[in-house]
Ligand binder design. Structure first.
Ligand SMILES: [Zn+2]
Length: 239
């Protein structure tokens, strides 16, 4: 049995949740799951159909070096972005999800952060879901495109500190989302897609819809996150 068996299984199961929740079309999506104590993460192989995916196919990568520790298939082409995020976020990101879910991508393509228009959003995200700046031609064409994608995310996160962030839109591309583990990160990606759709509809109904008050945002976010959380069962809070 592989020394990375449980990591690969968690990664495999989280990847299967993407088609289950209809968060992906074709093969546009991937989940990685980190083992920060061992300085590594497992990620989906590149371009493999979800119907044929197996736990054994997951590729294990060293976070610092990018070296493949185990796996015979080519890793997801987005692997350098995941690696950059793990380096920057540390234990805050136990797993990273990238999808091209349609409504979140629509906001990313508009280059527009998703405003917090209601409590559904505030239950998951503390204020607007940010968007990166557009990438430069040098960043796109310099041979390190996926790594540079990670860098523009990290740059935007640094500007927003210390606001807790678990989802961001890469301008013109799509969402990257993280969470304490594989399941939680996918749940956040699903929540993002839902609130992206709801926000879009809200603005279609009334373009000048306003964001919710700070009091309502705090109430809904903080009852589920952080030291004062009281929503749900105690074991619901792995983060
Ligand atoms: Zn992508």
């Amino acid at each position: 049995m592989s020394a990375y068996q449980s990591l690969k299984e968690e990664c495999y199961e989280a990847n299967l949740l993407l088609p289950h929740h209809r968060l992906i079309d074709l093969t546009f999506g991937n989940v990685s799951v980190a083992d920060h104590a061992r300085g590594m993460f497992a990620i989906k192989p590149s371009g493999v159909d979800y119907d044929h995916l197996q736990a054994a196919d997951m590729v294990v990568v060293e976070t610092d070096s990018g070296a493949v520790l185990e796996g015979t298939m080519r890793y997801s082409s987005d692997t350098p972005t995941h690696r950059r995020l793990y380096q920057a976020l540390g234990k805050e990101a136990g797993a990273v999800v990238h999808t091209h879910s349609r409504n979140a991508v629509a906001w990313a393509q508009a280059g527009t952060a998703i405003p917090c228009l209601g409590t559904t959003h505030a239950d998951y995200f503390y204020g607007e879901v940010p968007v990166t700046r557009p990438m430069t031609a040098g960043e796109i064409g310099g041979g390190q495109y996926e790594w540079e994608t990670g860098n523009v995310i990290v740059e935007r996160l640094a500007q927003l500190k210390p606001v807790p962030i678990s989802a961001i839109l890469v301008c013109g591309h799509g969402p990257f989302v993280w969470g304490g583990g594989g399941k939680k990160a996918v749940e956040n990606a699903l929540a993002l897609e839902i609130i992206a759709e709801i926000a879009l509809k809200t603005i279609q109904i009334r373009q000048e819809s306003s964001t919710i008050s700070r009091a309502l945002l705090d109430k809904h976010y903080l009852r589920k996150h952080g030291a004062g959380a009281y929503y749900g069962q105690v074991t619901d809070h792995p983060e």
